[in-house]
Write a protein that binds this ligand. Structure first.
Ligand code: PLP
Length: 446
């Protein structure tokens, strides 16, 4: 192969960087892409080739790369305060962000605890729930419940409430087992069953478990409306309403992991809004910093907060991360929330989502497409492959063909999904759809 400006970076990366979620040997066939810079929805390599970021760089980027407004906020913040420890100290960005997020929940969730990545937020919610029950005099409430196909991150605690065999099985002996209940995934419908009926059926599974075991259960954790990492499994909002009722009735905490689905992704700022409920804990990360900096947080209620407020230090939540409440990351988040307000993003996304659906609708009746579905700015479908061997390689073949078509898309198994930044204009949305259809046709025909 002829050496290029990228090839040196690629070779050096393969020697020294252990890439995430990757069997490194696959890079013997699938080339790495060395990104030189990015602008808007486009990533550029060192040869000037470009790639439309159809999955928002792992679901984090909301308003494009090198966004002028977020850049300006960060440059301003850099000259004031990059970081200060948050124990014993506070600062403007973390206070303002906490206040704004509390207001977005109508002050139902008025206390924000910070960390850096999504999995840490999940750990915090689990620990807080467990510790709440101990402080409240219910030390037996120690178990967690998760859904079939759930994904909550890769750290040991978060993996314990994750149900994706590929990520979990190797570490089975390390993990504290959670109880798993049926997924409300609308694809589980039996003949004639609606999405709502599937959701109600799945909720009955939770009810049966709670009726028997609530005395030992601290919390149930759910990805509201879309279980993303298992393959964009979508469910009816009634499931969340039922969970809320059951959690209230049986005194179990509801943890909403909105790490992937929050920040406008499903059509409302928080996915829970579509069910008109608030959880006891809400985890946010990914889009909250506009995709700029690692930031995560858990929002919770006065009731939870008050159970930790005491003269006794051990009743406090003694959890910390060095970068908790990082000022730069919080400032990026504030700039992100400002864009939501200035540009009426939720309304604009409604139009973008409709546009995307129209552009992709040609696939709905395609013989090799199943379960075409959409929730806000997530659109997905499952490819039908004639045999297991082809199904097993579908994702890699699709990714490679996509890159050749200036497109960054990484199917999950046979599920092709689009989760673009919110800044695509009509032409870019049409281009994203046209490229996706073209790549799909070539991959199923190869
Ligand atoms: C729903 C959900 N929870 C948690 C996580 C973990 O977040 P992170 O990768 O930042 O640790 C993810 C990541 O994809 C996610 O989708």
């Amino acid at each position: 192969m002829k050496p290029t400006a990228s090839s040196d970076w690629i070779a050096r990366s393969l020697r020294s960087v252990w890439h995430p979620c990757t069997q490194m040997q696959h890079h013997e066939q699938v080339p790495l892409i060395a990104v030189s810079h990015a602008k808007g929805a486009w990533l550029y390599d060192h040869e000037g080739r470009r790639y439309l970021d159809g999955i928002s760089s792992w679901w984090v980027n909301l308003f494009g790369h090198a966004n002028p407004r977020i850049n300006a906020a960060l440059k301003d913040q850099l000259d004031k305060l990059e970081h200060a420890m948050l124990a014993g100290f506070t600062h403007e960005p973390v206070v303002e962000l906490s206040e704004q997020l509390a207001a977005l929940t109508g002050h139902a969730l008025g206390h924000a605890f910070y960390a850096s990545d999504g999995a840490s937020a999940v750990e915090i919610a689990l620990k807080m729930s467990f510790h709440y029950w101990r402080n409240a005099g219910y030390p037996d409430k120690q178990e967690f419940v998760c859904l079939q196909g759930s994904y909550h991150g890769e750290t040991v605690g978060a993996l314990g409430v994750t149900d994706v065999a590929l990520f979990k099985d190797a570490y089975g002996p390390l993990l504290r087992a959670a109880r798993t209940v049926a997924s409300p995934d609308a694809r589980n419908a039996v003949e004639g069953e609606s999405a709502r009926e599937v959701a109600l059926r799945a909720a009955r599974d939770v009810e049966a478990l709670f009726a028997e075991k609530a005395g030992s259960i601290a919390a149930i954790i759910v990805e509201p409306l879309v279980q993303c990492a298992t393959g964009m499994a979508m469910h009816d909002p009634v499931y969340l309403q039922r969970l809320r009722e059951l959690c209230d009735r049986y005194h179990v905490h509801l943890i909403a992991d909105e790490i992937a689905v929050g920040c406008g992704r499903t059509g409302t700022f928080f996915a829970c809004e579509q069910a008109a409920i608030w959880p006891d804990f809400m985890c946010l990360s990914k889009g909250i910093s506009g995709g700029y900096l690692p930031l995560s947080l858990v929002l919770t209620t006065d009731q939870v907060y008050d159970a930790f407020y005491s003269e006794d230090v051990t009743r406090g939540f003694l959890h910390s991360h060095s970068y908790t409440g990082n000022a730069l990351a919080c400032r990026a988040a504030l700039a992100t929330l400002q864009i939501f307000r200035d540009d009426a993003v939720i309304e604009r996304n409604r139009q973008s989502a409709t546009r995307l659906m129209l552009e992709m609708a040609g696939l709905i009746d395609h013989a090799r497409v199943k379960n075409f579905r959409q929730r806000g700015m997530i659109l997905a479908f499952d490819a039908v492959e004639p045999d297991n061997a082809r199904a097993a390689t579908f994702s890699r073949r699709f990714f490679t063909a996509a890159v050749e078509n200036e497109l960054l898309l990484r199917p999950i198994g046979r599920t092709v999904y689009l989760m673009p930044p919110y800044v695509l204009d009509d032409e870019e949305l049409a281009g994203l759809a046209a490229r996706t259809r073209r790549v799909f046709e070539s991959v199923i025909a190869d």
